[in-house]
Design a protein around this ligand. Structure first.
Ligand code: GLC
Length: 724
């Protein structure tokens, strides 16, 4: 039978309304179900499609996805399934796909073009695999490094998170959702998920609605503005109301106020958790009702929702109009992306694109720019005139630690023994390969285990350093210390890494420490005792290749931290854009008030000097946009890229505002000895604050306009702007 909705010349919404009018209640509620393939057996999966008309699956790949799609297309109305996957730094759950640096790592590049490119590459590889939707980007704000999911964030600054998230969303979704290479993005986890008290994953966040509007909502607002197709509801609660039952945040702010027209998917069993964990519902019936009435459209992995909702609609306890609203949003996206028109079947896009040379080139570019040079005393780096390198440490040759979370090693089911079926570069391999081309010898010893304190071989490590001109110690953390359910009480180096480093230091050889870690660690000793330090976070498939190019000076490092490093674990949460305080910024039992490393900080093999800061207007109106210009001189001997940063401080405001906030940045390549004049536009509307009455206002008064190489006061030059 030919239905009207099958006519591709109609608009997505026309087709949606026609299809909706033909659907039974069972088919409608089925569309709201997202089933986890890893949680059902194949027969149950088939029944969810053919008998309960499920609209979506997650964590299903390849032939299994194809088979379920065939089943769905053979149902009465032939509504195609939409497949979601956590492709959050490449299509990492597929063994063989391009794995980019983690979000935290890539954010340190401040390179929106390369991050958009990474999104596009990921989209092509997900589409080639016959899937449609990535649960990415994470827009959570990483302000407490103890939280398990810091690696998934773009760092601690809301403005930068919004900019980078917009870039990767554009990459995923392309110019048109119906492009065979385009996939749906998913802005998650809505919202303030990373702010739980004590950094405890999925616990309550004691934030006010004003704080939500001022700090946590802006990145999600940017995601709505760039047309992000889906949002995901976070696990946590806000001031005692779980997000899944938070009508004010979901229906009120996201849908009604911001005008979000896509659909909202809950996170994993959020609905069931209202009963089992957050205790705001006595049973699945009440939980299902609250979930729908709050504005969630698709329900991830709460399979009891189906029967509970059907029963309540039939009893008149849940209005069918709410079901229609949710299903309308889901179908509109399915039509908009061409799902009904055969464009998104596996095979439509060639699988040859997966990890192809072009994608590897995009990866190495982003990986290099993501690495941050934290210390370089006496120009230890780049390596010169050396004959032997000793590579020591538990993370030197550990691709799982280097990949970090959300790859086929960790999801959908932990597979620590999986064998990558593609070329990858651990730190050791990258160093070995480039060193051999320079006739430099490389020795290697693991030195100790990353977790087990008893597992340490000091003698072996020391012996491996014999005759070495330089020691490269690769330390950090591992999958067991990052991810959901894996918050940390301390950020100290695990196992006997610290002891290993101290023994290496006694050899009085140049000591270069390379960090392979999911999050900031408490590395005060390293800062004080290493001759050079490079932060790589989780650098993906080509991390070792990129690191070697930096070590040997083939690439001048330009990454800047997007997250503060605490001086000590007890200093968390620590972030640059904090509100002013008084009494003492310093703990009584700590020597300094500042973090060990600040937001925006990163060294280069050259140095830059800032001068001649000018504002196009010193006095302006709220409607203006001013140009901030500054001269940046490369005073060193190496060409390099500098990330020029623009911060503001609202000197006096009706509510307290951060001591400084990033409001612009520009990457600029400057040849040695040259000066570039850098111009950054600042819209006065970006100086908006949320006052005590939750009104969005630009208040007249004086603002410090600060420009420099990082967020520390000593790195910034300032001018005063007066807003009338
Ligand atoms: C997980 C995560 C979420 C992810 C989803 C599907 O529990 O919280 O970020 O996208 O479930 O894997």
């Amino acid at each position: 039978m030919n239905y009207i909705y099958q006519n591709p010349s109609l608009t997505p919404m026309e087709r949606t309304l026609n299809l909706l009018s033909l659907m039974t209640l069972e088919e409608k509620v089925g569309q709201m179900m997202q089933i986890s393939y890893s949680m059902v057996n194949p027969t149950e999966a088939e029944e969810w499609v053919s008998k309960k008309f499920s609209g979506s699956f997650l964590h299903v790949l390849g032939d299994n996805a194809d088979h379920l799609q065939e089943l769905a297309l053979s149902t009465r109305l032939g509504i195609p399934l939409i497949f979601g996957i956590d492709a959050i730094h490449g299509h990492g759950l597929l063994n063989g796909a391009t794995i980019f640096p983690s979000q935290l790592a890539m954010s340190c590049s401040f390179n929106t073009d390369l991050i958009e490119k990474a999104g596009r590459v990921t989209a092509k590889e997900v589409a080639a695999d016959g899937l449609h939707w990535t649960f990415s980007p994470v827009l959570c704000i990483g302000r407490d490094a103890r939280w398990g999911r810091i690696d998934e964030t773009f760092g601690e600054d809301p403005y930068l998170i919004g900019i980078l998230a917009s870039a990767i969303i554009k990459g995923y979704q392309g110019e048109n959702l119906s492009d065979p290479n385009s996939i749906l993005a998913c802005a998650k986890h809505y919202l303030a998920y990373g702010e739980s008290t004590g950094a405890k994953d999925a616990y309550d966040t004691e934030v006010t609605v004003r704080k939500i509007r001022e700090v946590f909502l802006p990145p999600f607002k940017k995601a709505v503005e760039v047309g992000c197709a889906t949002f995901m509801t976070g696990y946590q609660s806000i001031d005692g109301t779980p997000m899944a039952a938070n009508k004010k945040m979901l229906k009120g702010i996201l849908k009604d106020e911001l005008g979000f027209e896509g659909f909202v998917v809950t996170d994993w069993n959020n609905t069931g958790s209202l009963v089992s964990n957050q205790k705001v519902s006595p049973d699945i019936f009440d939980a299902s009702k609250k979930t729908i009435e709050s504005g969630n459209d698709m329900i991830m992995n709460t399979n009891d929702f189906y029967d509970a909702t059907l029963e309540q609609v039939k009893k008149g306890e849940i209005s069918e109009s709410l079901i229609d609203e949710a299903v309308k949003r889901i179908l509109n996206i399915k039509f908009s992306m061409g799902l009904f028109d055969g464009k998104k079947r596996r095979g439509y896009v060639s699988k040859d694109v997966i990890n192809c040379v072009e994608h590897q080139e995009a990866n190495i570019q982003l990986t290099r720019e993501s690495m941050v040079l934290l210390e370089n005393k006496n120009n230890t780096l780049p390596l010169k005139n050396i004959k032997k390198i000793a590579v020591i440490g538990p993370n030197a040759d550990d691709i799982q630690a280097q990949f970090g979370d959300w790859t086929f090693f960790s999801h959908p089911n932990p597979s620590p023994d999986a064998i990558p079926n593609f070329e990858y570069y651990t730190m050791l391999r990258g160093i070995q390969e480039l060193a051999s081309s320079k006739e430099v010898e490389v020795s290697y010893h693991k030195g100790c285990d990353i977790m087990n304190k008893e597992d340490i071989d000091i003698d072996g490590a020391i012996n491996s350093c014999k005759d070495a001109d330089v020691i490269i110690a690769v330390v950090g953390d591992c999958l067991a210390l990052n991810g959901e359910f894996k918050d940390r009480a301390t950020l100290d180096l695990s196992g006997s890494q610290q002891k290993l480093l101290e023994e290496l230091k006694k050899l009085n050889k140049p000591l270069v420490v390379v960090l392979v870690n999911g999050k900031p660690l408490s590395i005060q000793w390293i800062t004080q005792n290493a001759d050079a330090v490079i932060e790589t976070f989780n650098s993906g498939t080509l991390g070792g290749k990129a690191l070697a190019q930096i070590l040997f000076g083939e690439f001048n490092p330009c990454g800047k931290l997007t997250i503060s490093f605490p001086y000590h674990s007890g200093q968390t949460p620590v972030y640059y854009n904090h509100l002013p305080g008084w009494h003492s910024p310093k703990y009584a039992d700590m020597p300094v008030a500042e973090p060990l490393y600040s937001f925006g900080y990163g060294l280069s093999y050259t140095n830059y000097e800032y001068s001649n800061l000018k504002l196009s207007k010193a006095i302006c109106s709220k409607e203006d946009t001013i140009t901030v210009s500054v001269d940046v001189t490369n005073v060193g001997e190496s060409d390099g890229t500098e990330i020029v940063q623009l911060y503001i401080n609202d000197i006096v405001s009706s509510v307290m505002t951060p001591v400084k906030e990033l409001k612009g940045f520009k990457r600029v390549f400057i040849k040695a000895g040259e000066t570039n004049t850098v111009n950054i536009n600042l819209a006065i509307s970006d100086l908006i604050i949320v006052n005590a009455d939750e009104e969005y206002v630009v208040e007249p008064g004086e603002f410090e306009i600060m420009v420099g190489s990082d967020s520390r006061d000593q790195s910034l030059i300032k001018e005063i702007l007066t807003v009338k």
